[in-house]
Every structure is written in structure tokens, then in C-alpha cells.
Design a binder for this molecule. Structure first.
Ligand SMILES: [Zn+2]
Ligand SMILES: [Zn+2]
Length: 127
């Protein structure tokens, strides 16, 4: 059982994304959206099958336009939904990333090493 899920920005993997509440107009339902805390970073993670990590162009992730996902995303082999970045161990070119499925109770986990999936953060803090 997974008690706490940590969603990291895939562009700034040292930063934990904040969960924000978003409700679509006309719907009372809230759904899970996470945002990178870094100023000027418009990276969001949407829970859902075809969402995952997206860049938002605009203030609100719903009112603004979402860029289409050009990056291939790792997906759960069972749920087909994009995995989120759950852990990051910086180690230069051999940095380790652990990706998990956001579905409750799903055990899917993938590990990537190096920068094969993500671009290197351009303005990463030194420490
Ligand atoms: Zn970010
Ligand atoms: Zn899954």
C-alpha cells in the first residue's frame, strides 16, 4: 500500500510538485493536478490516461492552453496512463529516476538512468 505519493517535476526533479485544486466550470468534480513550484516553470502533471506531464500556456491549467505532449512518456503497462516521477537520485549522467503509476494500489514502477528521457534542467540550483 502506498500511503504518500510524491510527484516530482520531470524538468526539475529535485522539486516536489504541489497539488492544486482545479474544478472545471459546470462540474463540481475536482481532479488531481500537480504543479511545479519553480517560478516560470509551467509544468503540470494531470492525473488521467492521456495527460501526464504537460506544459501549460497561461495562468490556469484549464483556461490556458496545454501544449501537446511531444515528449514520449513512460506509461503503466496495465493502466496505460503516464507514470509520474516519484524519486530522483542525482548522479551526473547516471542519475536515477523512479517512475510510478498514479493509480492507487498499482505496483508498476520503472527506473531510468541518465538523461535519456528528460532534458537536463537548464537552471538547476547548485545545491
Ligand atoms: Zn519544473
Ligand atoms: Zn498502473
Amino acid at each position: 500500500m502506498q500511503s504518500v505519493q510524491t510527484f516530482l517535476c520531470d524538468k526539475h526533479p529535485l522539486l516536489k510538485m504541489d497539488r492544486i485544486e482545479v474544478s472545471e466550470e459546470g462540474k463540481k468534480e475536482n481532479f488531481g493536478v500537480f504543479k511545479c513550484p519553480k517560478p516560470l516553470c509551467n509544468r503540470f502533471y494531470f492525473l488521467g490516461e492521456n495527460c501526464g506531464y504537460v506544459d501549460s500556456v497561461g495562468e490556469s491549467p484549464l483556461k490556458g492552453k496545454l501544449s501537446t505532449n511531444s515528449d514520449p512518456q513512460l506509461r503503466c503497462s496495465l493502466h496505460k496512463s503516464p507514470l509520474y516521477l516519484s524519486a530522483f537520485k542525482p548522479n551526473g549522467d547516471e542519475s536515477l529516476r523512479i517512475w510510478r503509476c498514479a493509480h492507487g494500489g498499482c505496483e508498476e514502477m520503472k527506473t531510468t538512468i541518465g538523461e535519456t528521457y528528460c532534458k537536463r534542467p537548464s537552471n538547476a540550483p547548485v545545491r
